[in-house]
Ligand binder design. Sequence first.
Ligand code: ZN
Length: 422
Amino acid sequence: MSQLSWIFYHGSMNELHAHYRLLLGLDDQWQVQNVDLQMEANSVVIQLRHSGGKLCCPECQDECSRADTAPTRQWRHLDTMQFETIIEAAIPRSKCDRCGVKTIAVPWAGKHSRFTLMFEAFAIKVLQAASSVSAATKLLKVSWKTAHELMQRGVERGLQRRDTDPIETLGIDEKSFGKGQDYVSLMVDLEGSRVLEVVKDRSEASCDKLFDSLTDEQKSGIRAVAVDFWQAFRNSIVKQVPQAKIVHDHFHISQYLGEAVDLVRRRENKLLRSEGINDLTGTRQLWLYNEETLDDATQKQIEDIRQVAIKTARAWGIKEMFRDFWTYRSGAWAKKFFDRWYAWAIRSKLDPIKKVARMLKKHLAGLLAYFEYSITNAKSEAFNGRVQAIKSAARGFRNFENYRTRILFYCGALKMEPDFSH
Ligand SMILES: [Zn+2]
C-alpha cells in the first residue's frame, strides 16, 4: 500500500489536511476544506477555503472589505505519488477605495497562472534538465503550448530580477530565423556567458533595441563590443556606447575566409570537371578544417588534391596563414604580420581572397583592437550550438516570441524560479 493510500485509509482527515496545508505553505487565511481522491481519474483534488478574514488589495496592499467571490478555479500542483494533484478554490475579490474590485493574491500561485508556484519551480527544473522540450512535456504531462507558457513566465520573472551589475564586454551577433531570409539579433554578456536579449531583424533599430536591455550606467561601463563587420550594428554601437572599442574577432573573420576559399573551390571545381577531374567535388568541408587538427587520412587527401586543385590549395594556405595573426602578443607585431599577409593575399590572383583581404584592411583597427581587449565572440559562438539546437528542435520557429523565450530560457542565465517568500 502506498504512503498516500495509507494516509487515506488510516490517517485522520485532519492529518491529511494539515499535510497539504504545510505542503502548500498556506497562511491563516486559507484552510483545506476537502481532499478528494478520485481513483478513476488518478487525481487528487484539494479544495481550499478562504477563512473570511480581512482582505488585502493586491495592488496597494491596503486592507479592504470583500466585494464578492470569483468563480471557482483550479491550479495544477505537484503530483502526489502517481496522482495528478489539483488545487481548487474560489478566490475572494477585494473592494479597494483606490483600486476598485480586484481578485486577491493567493500564496500558492502567481497571478494568472494555472499552476502552483511549486509546480512552476519544478517544471523549470525539469525543462532545464531534460534533453529536449518534448521530453520535458512528457515527464510533466503538459502540452507543448503549456511548456512554453511556463518557460515564458520563468523568463519574465528572470528578466525582472536580473541584476544591473556592470558589464564590460558585449558580443552582438545575428542569427537566421525561420525558413526564409529572416534574422534575429542577439546581445551577449561575454564575461557572464549569457544572452542578454534577442530582437527581430538585424537593422540599426534592432541593435538599438538590444541596448535597451541595459541601464544607462551599464551602457557607460561598456569597454568593448565584439561584432561582425555589419554596418548597421556598427552605427548603433557608435551611437549607443561611443566610448566602447569595436573589436572584430577570429570567428567572423575565419568565416569570411572560409567562404572565400569555398568560392575559389567552386570556381576551380567547375573548370576541373570540364576536364573530367572530380577531385574537388564534395570537399567543401575539407577546406574548413584547421591544419593542425587534421587526421592523417584527411591530410593525405588534402595533399593529393593540392596537386590538382592549385588555386583552392593556395586560397586554403592563405586562410590558414591568417590564423597566425591572432597568436601575436601585441598589436604592433600583429600589424607587421598583417601587412605581409595582405601583400601575399593581394598577389594571389584569387578574387574572393583579394576581396576579403581588402575588407580586413578596411577594418584593421577593429582587428587590432583584439590585442587590447582580447575578447571574442567565440563565447557567444558557444551559444551558437545551443541556439542552433533550439532552432532545429522546433524546425523553424514561426513565432518569434517563442524563439526568444527559448533562447533566454536556456542561454540567459536567469533566476527563473518563483519566489516563495511572501
Ligand atoms: Zn488598492
